[in-house]
Design a protein around this ligand. Structure first.
Ligand code: NAD
Length: 284
């Protein structure tokens, strides 16, 4: 099994820049592909800020040295020579299938792994649009990527076992993460459990049973959670929370996955949580 030295990351947003950072910190040459020049600048700034923070906290010797291993561009051809490409673009099935079709044309190494960081789209839907479904799998990181150690490995029914083992070796031995294995079902392990919990907290708030502050304090002080479910939804983003809930509902048709009206109204209002300054709590 060949070692993975050159990594491509498609999408340099919240997750893509985090994935690029951990790969570069592990000594890999990383090419990030973004959609516009403005998004390239934003991704570079995000990477620089995060690496400077890591340097000031003594977690890395030199932010500059790590940054030298990362290029951020708009040309997808830049990932042609990669041994692993991880997709982290918007959670939109049509956008992701288009991208996997394109990656299949662009990436030259027939042994290269094409991975998705999707939270809820079945990996099979991405695998079948390529001519190499055996080399496609889900590698699902958690936010913030440089901090949280978990990675869910999600082979589809068509993924070669050798591909999964190569991905496991990379995330565990090279990136120092902890991998768990999941079936190719919406939500995998963590979101399938976490999203109904968050939705229950929203229903509790919506029914007037308790305030947002008291619901969160209940779980922090009474169950030793690091943050309450409503604060966690604000951190994930209410739009993302709703999108993942909808994927889970579509897959299982269980009421516990149905997005409550309050969540839908808040997303329509643009109250998306931390990223917009207001969700269930306000952020200044
Ligand atoms: P984001 O909106 O922060 O980033 C997405 C980026 O992709 C944007 O910068 C956008 O410009 C870029 N992009 C869109 N289309 C593109 C294309 N065709 N080519 C290149 N770049 C393109 O989103 P995010 O939170 O980083 O989520 C990305 C993926 O990771 C989603 O699939 C999401 O479900 C998954 N995910 C998110 C979280 C989370 O907590 N936010 C956690 C785990 C997984």
């Amino acid at each position: 099994m060949r070692n993975i030295r050159r990594v491509g990351v498609i999408g340099g947003g919240l997750m893509g820049s985090g994935i690029a950072e951990v790969c570069a910190r592990a000594g890999r040459d990383v090419a990030v592909v973004e959609s516009t020049d403005a998004a390239v600048d934003a991704a570079r700034q995000r990477l620089e800020a995060s690496l400077k923070r890591a340097e000031s906290r003594g977690r890395i010797d030199s932010a500059k040295e790590v940054l030298q291993r990362i290029s951020v561009v708009t040309e997808i051809e830049r990932v042609a020579d990669r041994q692993l490409v991880i997709e982290a673009i918007v959670e939109d099935e049509a956008a992701k299938t288009d991208l996997f079709r394109r990656l299949d044309e662009v990436v030259t190494d027939p042994e290269a792994i094409l991975a998705s960081n999707t939270s809820s789209i079945p990996i099979m839907k991405l695998a079948v649009v390529t001519r190499r479904p055996g080399h496609v799998l889900g590698i699902h990181f958690f936010n913030p990527v440089p901090v949280l150690s978990l990675v869910e490995l999600v082979p589809s029914l068509m993924t070669d076992p050798a591909t999964t083992e190569r991905a496991r070796t990379f995330v565990q031995d090279d990136l120092g993460k902890h991998a768990i294995d999941c079936q190719d079902r919406a939500g995998f392990v963590v979101n399938a459990l976490l999203i109904p919990f968050i939705l229950s907290a929203i229903r509790m708030l919506e029914s007037g049973f308790a305030t947002a502050v008291d619901i969160d304090q209940g779980l922090v002080r009474g169950a030793a959670h690091p943050q309450g479910p409503l604060a966690l939804a604000d951190l994930i983003g209410l739009d993302t929370t709703k999108a993942v809930a909808e994927s889970l509902y579509e897959e299982f048709k269980e009421p516990l996955y149905a997005a409550p009206p309050l969540l839908a109204r808040m997303v329509e209002a643009g109250l998306l949580g931390r990223k917009t300054g207001r969700g269930f709590h306000t952020y200044t």
